[in-house]
Design a protein around this ligand. Structure first.
Ligand code: PRP
Ligand code: URA
Length: 209
């Protein structure tokens, strides 16, 4: 069974409280999504392997560690996942970026696919799928199924808020994919929105609605 990592660092909790607040405007909402994504990325890359190199400091020569030739790819689920990209690229600027376009049908809540463009060498990469919201899990499950068809080395899923229902569904569908979240909320409502949540992430990032 995959691991669920909840990064409940004080800085993240503080930023999440402002993010959730309905009075928070688009500009600040975007900035907070980016910052929380960066902090969550710090956790989700904790197990990257290191290799030793020799460094000459102005004082002496020493052995030091660098990341061991790992190739990473970030794959945001459009639209809302786009809000997380700049944050994770601040930590891993050389990573490649793929895109998967999915939206939840408003009536059935099932994901509808409309776009998929992934790095050509994805089979050599560790993939981090990005979406701020894991609600029923349908979008994440579908996106990961599409990415698996291209046989990446490993997949992790990063979100900001997860519902327990989405975590359970994703773990059942993809038991090899670890989940990184800043918070796990109480439940879904009758329209499959996360409670207490933050509302519609895509609309709040892009100022639509
Ligand atoms: C939201 C969110 C996830 C999905 C989560 O996207 O960004 O992709 O819903 O719900 P699920 O876990 O039940 O699938 P939405 O469909 O609103 O599309 P958007 O990002 O284009 O606004
Ligand atoms: N998508 C969102 O943007 N918010 C939710 O609460 C659920 C799905």
């Amino acid at each position: 069974m995959s691991q669920l990592h909840v990064t409940n660092h004080p800085l993240i909790q503080h930023k999440l409280s402002i993010l959730r607040d309905k009075r928070t405007g688009t500009k600040q909402f975007r900035e907070l999504i980016e910052e929380i994504a960066m902090l969550t990325c710090y956790e989700s890359t904790r197990d990257l392997q290191l290799t030793e190199v020799t460094v000459e400091t102005p004082m002496t020569t020493m052995k030091s560690n660098v990341i061991k030739g790992h190739k990473l790819a970030f794959v945001p689920i459009l639209r809302a996942g786009l809000g997380m990209v700049d944050g994770v690229l601040k930590l891993v600027p050389a990573a490649k970026v793929g895109h998967i376009g999915l939206y939840r049908d408003p009536v059935t809540c099932k994901p509808v696919e409309y776009y998929c463009k992934l790095p050509g060498d994805i089979s050599e990469r560790d993939v981090f799928v990005l979406d701020p919201m894991l609600a029923t899990g349908g979008s994440a499950i579908d996106a990961i199924t599409q990415i698996k068809e291209r046989s990446p080395r490993n997949i992790k899923f990063m979100c900001i808020i997860a519902a327990p229902e989405g975590v359970a569904a994703l773990q059942e569908a993809h038991p090899d994919v670890d989940i990184y979240a800043a918070a796990v909320d109480e439940k879904l409502n009758d329209h499959n929105y996360i409670i207490p949540g933050l509302g519609d992430a895509g609309d709040r990032i892009f100022g639509t609605k």
